[in-house]
Design a protein around this ligand. Sequence first.
Ligand SMILES: Cc1ncc(COP(=O)(O)O)c(C=O)c1O
Length: 384
Amino acid sequence: MKNFEANRISKIETSIFTKISQLAIKHKAINLGQGFPDFDGPDWIMEEAFKAMKSGKNQYAPANGVLSFRKEISDVYKKFYSLDINADEEITVTAGATEALYSTFNAFFQEGDELILFEPYYDGYFANAILCGANPKFISLRKPDFTFDFYELEANITEKTKAIILNNPHNPTGKVWTLEELHWIAKLAKRYNLLVISDEVYEFLTFDGVSHIPIASLPEMKERTITISSMGKTFGMTGWKIGYAVAPANLTAPIQKVHQWTTFAVNTPGQHAMAHALNQLDEYLPIFRKTYEEKRDYVLSELKSSNFKAHLPKASYFIMLDIPKEKNINDLECATELIEKNGIATIPSSAFYSKSDEGKGMLRLCFAKKDEILRAGIEKLKNY
Ligand SMILES: Cc1ncc(COP(=O)(O)O)c(C=O)c1O
């Protein structure tokens, strides 16, 4: 049979998450690899969606999103970040952050363009770059702080570079970028006239009293930044697939050109419910953060008596673990052994790297799991 697959997608492989999950099912392993909660989001948000459905909010939403939802998003930016966002011209509601990324990448990148990607990276950036024919240049975030070298970053910017991709807070390390790091990135974006695509899906999942700073809030950065977020992450309801892209009107227009032929509009009752949910952030966020912070602290304290060294995450629901050196084993071998012999699944970190070998010495664990699942999973890790 002829190979019908388009050449440009030949570099996109079945994700490691699918492979690990399949192996976990085969060996009945506890899955601390999958990066989403195994518990439900708030009931009161579901009730709002149901109310919206019952009151006739079931037809197509406006392509850029339900107005009340866009207004709430704009209010959140004002209240939390002192940013003025025009609800009519600067917001696009998308089918999750995934579609916001897809529409953004396709709006701005074409064959031969270059973009800067910090590694370890959320694998969606790499796939989107490939789909557009753009070439990522990788800058490695180095342990223990997962920071980067300003001069290395500058040296990788060429005439073809169009954008820096930022993920703050960061998946998989849980890093919250310092103000100083954000200023470095902003300085280079302005010096070389680059866009910044800033994926901030974990903006509200910060710990230890740390506050998130959107790079768009730095001087003269709003005009060159596309900020992406996800209601699925903020409210622990990833299956609803509601996200958005915030960008100045001249950058929002190209994003909406792609969006109108990708999903056109996002489910209507869900947007009404999320408008209500955003309005309740003050009451919701302390509970949300406490729930996850307790899970993080439990895992960190238990892992002290294991052979794995954990890197403290300041945000997100991920923890990076160093594989014990004495084992002389790489991440894929270790993750496979853990599933097959110990009954516990994690993600081998080399999946998040293209340049550095550092990922071969680490695993990613997701702690957005029910307490009893975490307890059982961590016991199995401690037995390794
Ligand atoms: C950094 C990052 N960006 C984007 C996404 C996708 O978000 P959504 O589920 O809203 O499409 C994820 C999901 O894991 C993520 O971790």
